[in-house]
Design a protein around this ligand. Structure first.
Ligand code: BMA
Length: 378
């Protein structure tokens, strides 16, 4: 018996299997920077360990504070930062110094660099103003996306918007001058009817064209190669086919995601959990079929009225599935404009504090300390 022959054969087989598992996840941009490629491969791998926890605007403000160096509502409770930092560019395209939620873009750049240098993951969304009416992202009236695509009357306005976005994204640099990789999540919740790029104003084909045109513009015309493209629906689907109805194609998407919020009373929790289960099952099938990485683009239950929500509603479903990350929406706090209070993660002293610590201690929830150990950019 020649054992060494079998040993060599076994090594060759297992090496090629692990190579195939990684090669399966290939970025849609074949000119992507080395760090972007690494991040994407490492995001795919890390799914075996668990899922990263993210928070929108985490470093900029919390429910009771604004712009305090090093502070985070998450860190106040669990002594660790989130692993994923969500940021938002809405109003940048108008040349304003701060975004639609008041976050100054120069500060945002600084926070992005900080999070990245600590080993965290950056994702950026864009509540783009309506280039046709000049009103905001929620103006879904009287819009035809054809007007902003090549040949359309408002095409140049839209291209002007993209120029501003490109300037920002290309100016995100790490300490060594390298471009910071970004999970770019534009034109999100497009299966819903509330945004001008949504299902009410744009046909499936028009949406695909919008997505492709803007991706090509950023990558080819603007030479940006630090983007991981995210295709992000709302909750209007229960099968992989429905989820993919507006999918721009494998050459344009790297991550698949959806946004889902629990609303109403705490007794709606089980119903939300069942819905989340259906959504994750359908999206993950689509992700498998296309060899893309799945994630939850946005989630939350405003003010968390159920003080066991994280451990009893969310965890059992999240733990059942394999996906890359989940991003909780922003801790805006009291909003003087409309007298609303908005936050999706607890702050120190909130009745859900203990429950969130349990969520933190769960093996599969990955925060920044674990992300940093994984060296996602190497
Ligand atoms: C919404 C709310 C708004 C905010 C918008 C964009 O869901 O949080 O207050 O302006 O996201 O960040």
């Amino acid at each position: 018996m020649n054992f060494s022959f079998y040993k060599t054969l076994l090594t060759v087989v297992s090496l090629s299997l692990s190579w195939m598992a990684q090669a399966q996840y290939k970025l849609s941009d074949d000119k992507a920077t080395a760090a972007t490629v690494k991040l994407y491969e490492n995001l795919a791998k890390a799914q075996k360990k668990g899922y990263f926890i993210g928070h929108q605007d985490d470093l900029a403000y919390g429910v009771y504070w604004k712009y305090q160096e090093g502070r985070s509502d998450v860190k106040d409770i669990v002594k660790d930062y989130p692993a994923v930092y969500g940021w938002e560019l809405g109003d940048l395209e108008l040349g304003k110094p701060a975004n639609l939620d008041g976050v100054p873009f120069d500060k945002m750049k600084q926070y992005i660099r900080e999070g990245y240098e600590r080993g965290g993951i950056i994702t950026i969304s864009w509540h783009a103003n309506n280039p046709i009416t000049g009103k905001n992202a929620w103006d879904a009236s009287n819009t035809s996306i054809k007007n902003i695509l090549p040949g359309g009357e408002h095409h140049s306005v839209f291209v002007g918007y993209l120029d501003k976005i490109a300037a920002f994204l290309s100016d995100l640099k790490g300490n060594n001058g390298e471009e910071i990789p970004v999970i770019w999540r534009p034109f999100h919740e497009h299966t819903g009817g509330w945004f001008w790029w949504g299902a009410k104003s744009a046909s499936d084909e028009e949406y695909k064209e919008l997505f492709r045109f803007s991706a090509d513009y950023l990558r080819i015309q603007k030479g940006l190669h630090n983007l991981i493209m995210s295709y992000n629906t709302s909750t209007e689907f229960s099968t992989p086919e429905e989820f993919l109805a507006r999918y721009p194609g494998d050459q344009y998407a790297d991550m698949l995601s959806f946004d889902a919020y629990q609303r109403g009373n705490a007794d709606q929790g089980e119903k939300f959990a069942r819905q989340l289960d259906v959504l994750l099952t359908a999206m993950n099938k689509a992700a498998d079929q296309h060899s893309k990485i799945p994630a939850i683009g946005e989630i939350g239950y405003n003010q968390i009225p159920d003080h066991r929500w994280f451990s009893h509603i969310l965890l059992p479903i999240l733990d059942k599935h394999t996906f890359s990350y989940v991003l909780f929406w922003r801790n805006a706090g009291f909003k003087p404009g409309n007298n609303e209070v908005e936050y999706y993660l607890p702050f120190k002293g909130h009745p859900s504090e203990k429950d969130f610590i349990k969520f933190y201690q769960n093996k599969k929830t990955l925060f920044e300390k674990e992300a940093s150990k994984l060296k996602l950019y190497k």
